[in-house]
Design a protein. Structure first.
Length: 354
């Protein structure tokens, strides 16, 4: 079967195309100066005009903008900034600095797990898990879930407001995980806080929690990492039981909690001999102020010998205690003396994500 012969118009178009291809990269000497300049440099590749960058915002708005307004500049603006910084407290300057760090936190390359541990009870593991998770979700806009890995009636999910709390537990989620394929299907199992943090509670019945082996927690973590960028494990008291050992081995980072009293800090320090930490962060929680604060530098120096670096000290704060008890936590409403170390803890964790 003979193929149809091209029409005269098609033949003319083909001849024109051949001429373009033959002369590509050889500009017309009568062309514009820009074309002659490109030709002298070797000429742009064929089709370069189609991929030429479009106009950017900086072409239109020469001055830096913030919230729809030009940022103030000039001598008066610089003097005002200098005066504000000079008259501010050291604590306020620390907050500005850590806010800048949080803005420039590096991007994550995969889901990260953070284990919050302590061999001592009552040091604030659940509090730290909660405030850390809220900060990472609110300030860094990460998808974060904090789950209660306390085998002895953990209270993490109880920190959520009553109308947001879920009656289901991590055991229910694990049992139904094969049927869940989208983030929306997780909603019945978690408390979704206004900051973006999700809380996943422990089973209400001790006999159910007792059946949660490290192997089952491993399956649960693999499932959660399909939907979340950060998983925070709020562990119970102790670091030598199988679940704690699994969590520390599985985690990308470990947060070790102690209070600054010698009795507690010495006990936590002694227990660290059983941990092989590659990336540990120390939190001195519920620290008293003034002359009752103790020698924190000595405590921090001893922890550093066990691969646990100090991230800061969070003071005892009755307002924070009341926020947690009433389900009305707000980072912005914390006292500056508490808010700054909470942000510094978040920055220390965020800059060690992988």
């Amino acid at each position: 079967m003979l193929e149809p012969r091209p029409t005269q118009a098609v033949r003319a178009q083909g001849q024109e195309t051949e001429q373009v291809l033959q002369t590509a990269g050889s500009p017309d000497p009568e062309g514009p100066p820009e074309a002659r300049a490109e030709a002298s440099a070797g000429g742009p590749p064929l089709g370069a005009a189609a991929t030429r960058p479009t106009m950017s915002r900086q072409d239109v708005y020469v001055r830096p903008m913030q919230a729809g307004k030009p940022l103030p500049s000039g001598p008066l603006a610089r003097f005002s900034t200098w005066l504000k910084y000079t008259l501010s407290s050291e604590l306020q300057r620390r907050e500005w600095s850590v806010d800048e760090q949080l803005v420039h936190a590096p991007a994550m390359s995969r889901p990260n797990t953070v284990a919050v541990v302590s061999p001592k009870g009552g040091v604030g593991k659940t509090t730290i898990s909660f405030v850390l998770g809220n900060l990472l979700a609110e300030k860094l806009r990460l998808r974060v879930v904090a789950l209660d890995a306390n085998p002895d009636f953990g209270t993490l999910s109880a920190l959520a407001p009553d109308d947001l709390r879920s009656m289901r537990s991590l055991a229910d989620l694990l049992a139904d995980s094969s049927q869940i394929e989208s983030p929306a299907e997780l909603n019945p199992y978690v408390a979704r806080l206004s900051t973006g943090l999700h809380l996943l509670g422990a089973p209400a019945h001790a006999e159910v929690m007792a059946q949660m082996t490290p192997g089952l927690y491993g399956r649960l973590l693999e499932f959660l990492e399909r939907f979340y960028e950060v998983v925070i494990l709020d562990l119970g008291t102790g670091i030598t039981d199988p679940l704690a050992q699994f969590a520390v081995d599985r985690a990308d980072q470990t947060v070790v909690i102690t209070t600054p009293e010698w009795v507690t800090a010495a006990g936590v320090l002694g227990a660290l001999r059983y941990l092989q930490l590659e990336q540990g962060t120390l939190v001195l929680n519920q620290a008293p102020s003034g002359r009752h604060a103790g020698n924190r530098e000595v405590i921090e120096a001893n922890f550093r010998r066990h691969a646990v670096g100090a991230s800061g000290t969070i003071p005892y704060d009755d307002r924070l205690r009341m926020m947690l008890d009433t389900g009305t936590y707000s980072l912005a409403a914390l006292r500056l003396a508490t808010r700054v170390p909470v942000k510094e803890l978040g920055a220390a964790i965020a800059f060690n994500f992988v």
